[in-house]
Write a protein that binds this ligand. Structure first.
Ligand SMILES: [Fe+2]
Length: 411
């Protein structure tokens, strides 16, 4: 495939990115509900060997099976459109209302995967792998009680822990965080509404629900913190500080910003076109005293925070985000946010560490970028340290705006 610049030989593996791609002629009514399609690139020894796209062949896709039918919920009748991760040798396409779908490295669909029958809830599209233990922490949430269940996989992919977490009602819980010893929950006022079923995403803002963050310890005890009403799709990193407090960084939507964004992505407008959106915030949560401090870190509208996941749950310095036409890199030590304008619309920028990295930001950012006319796309590789252009791989066709991807290195 045509490459501008020089692809690092070390980037040998696959970049997969999931997102909604409705069938031709279909209007799912909401950006979040189109059929999942994985766009994949194979990079090897400085060359881009292939690009391909494949739908995730779920029961919803192949059989038009209903998610909510007369027999209840079918966790395999889902779009599987939100992220794609590898853990314990399995490549999983994820969406938060259903079971994972296992994919091959060539992007064929193997089928739904319930961890040998042990997973009986949905699985979030944002699991967190502990970089030290290799365990995968995740959760499932749903319309009906129990609304929230925490799960943990061993490093070898066995589901070894599942426990219900008490929350007052069914809310949309898109993401969560872990630290070395804790799990951080976001129970925010975007609630399930049965009247909206069948009309896109059945969730709406509810002032009466309140907004709470929770810190859960290893024993499953949760300390809840009331916070100003807001919504969070995506967290950055979280950590424990020397005083035992939990520090969480996230892209936070004010109630007004959420309303504007939710109306955009529920309609036919370009989802990147909304003027208002999320801004980087930090919460400091003290389980010992019950105190919570909240602070906005920057006024730029950004989304899709990523970082060097070798530091997941631990202190990290750099956070990468995207805005409507730029990559924004934050430095927690200097407090500076640096914008790299692209003149085109980036998707999530995945951080890939260099082997033998000498610093946290020694590596690359991979993002599928689409021009403003929505006609041409490329895989952009930036140096993560300075945000300089390293390489671009021209893709044979437009890639629609999507969600999350992973770099899956050859072993
Ligand atoms: Fe997400």
């Amino acid at each position: 495939m045509p490459v501008t610049g020089t692809l690092p030989e070390e980037l040998t593996g696959r970049y997969f990115r999931n997102g909604p791609n409705p069938l031709p002629g279909q209007d799912p009514g909401h950006w979040f509900t189109g059929h999942g399609m994985i766009h994949g690139l194979r990079l090897r020894d400085g060359r881009a060997e292939w690009y391909r796209n494949r739908w995730v062949r779920t029961r919803e896709f192949t059989d038009s099976a209903p998610f909510l039918g007369p027999n209840g919920i079918d966790l395999t009748a889902v779009a599987a459109n939100t992220s794609v991760v590898q853990h314990a040798g399995r490549i999983l396409a994820l969406v938060e209302n259903g079971l994972p779908y296992e994919m091959t490295p060539e992007l064929d669909t193997v089928g739904p995967w319930d961890f040998g029958g042990r997973l009986t809830t949905a699985m979030t599209a944002h699991p967190k792998q502990d970089p030290v233990t290799g365990e995968l922490h995740f959760f499932g949430y749903g319309f009906f009680a129990p609304y929230l269940t925490y799960h943990r996989l061993s490093a070898t992919g066995e589901l070894v822990d599942s426990r219900v977490v008490d929350v007052p009602g069914p809310t949309m819980i898109h993401d969560f965080a872990i630290t070395e010893n804790h799990v951080v929950w976001l129970d925010l006022p975007v609630v399930f509404d049965m009247d909206l079923v069948g009309r896109g995403m059945p969730y709406r803002w509810d002032d009466s629900y309140g907004a709470r963050l929770g810190v859960m310890d290893r024993g499953g005890r949760v300390t809840w913190f009331e916070v100003d009403p807001c919504y969070v799709f995506h967290v950055g990193n979280a950590r424990e500080d020397a005083a035992g407090r939990v520090v969480l960084d996230a892209a936070r939507y004010s109630p007004g910003a959420f309303a504007e964004t939710w109306s955009h992505i529920g309609g036919s407008a370009n989802p990147a076109a909304g003027a208002d959106g999320a801004r980087l915030h930090r919460w400091v949560l003290d389980p010992a005293s019950g105190a919570v401090r909240e602070e906005q870190l920057d006024d730029r509208v950004v989304e899709f925070p990523t970082f060097n996941e070798d530091r997941l749950g631990r202190t990290s310095r750099f956070l990468y985000t995207v805005s409507s036409d730029a990559v924004v890199k934050y430095d927690a030590v200097t407090g500076v946010g640096r914008t790299r304008d692209l003149g085109a619309r980036p998707g999530e920028a995945v951080f890939v560490p260099a082997s033998g990295a000498r610093s946290e930001d020694d590596g690359w950012l991979l993002s599928i970028v689409t021009d403003h006319a929505g006609e041409g796309s490329e895989l952009l590789v930036l140096g993560a340290a300075d945000l300089d252009h390293v390489a671009s791989v021209r893709l044979p066709r437009r890639v629609p705006a999507g969600f999350h991807g992973s770099w899956i290195a050859d072993r």
